[in-house]
Design a protein around this ligand. Structure first.
Ligand SMILES: [Zn+2]
Length: 63
């Protein structure tokens, strides 16, 4: 990871990404920490990618 920033919760995120996040998203919502929010979103993205890959494989098997 390039130029990682670390938070007190043990997570890290690239500085370039954090710089571009809107700080309003990190305010009153459930994400108080932009670095933790990044990690959560990143993992959700991976999970979604895996889910779509499994769907695509299932479609191939059914042909
Ligand atoms: Zn954090």
């Amino acid at each position: 990871m390039k130029n990682p920033e670390h938070c007190d919760h043990g997570n890290s995120a690239p500085y370039d990404v954090l710089k571009n996040l809107h700080y309003s998203q990190a305010g009153a919502g459930r994400h108080k920490c932009t670095i933790c929010a990044y990690k959560e979103g990143y993992q959700a993205g991976i999970a979604e990618g895996i889910r779509r890959a499994k769907e695509a494989l299932a479609r191939l098997k059914n042909k």
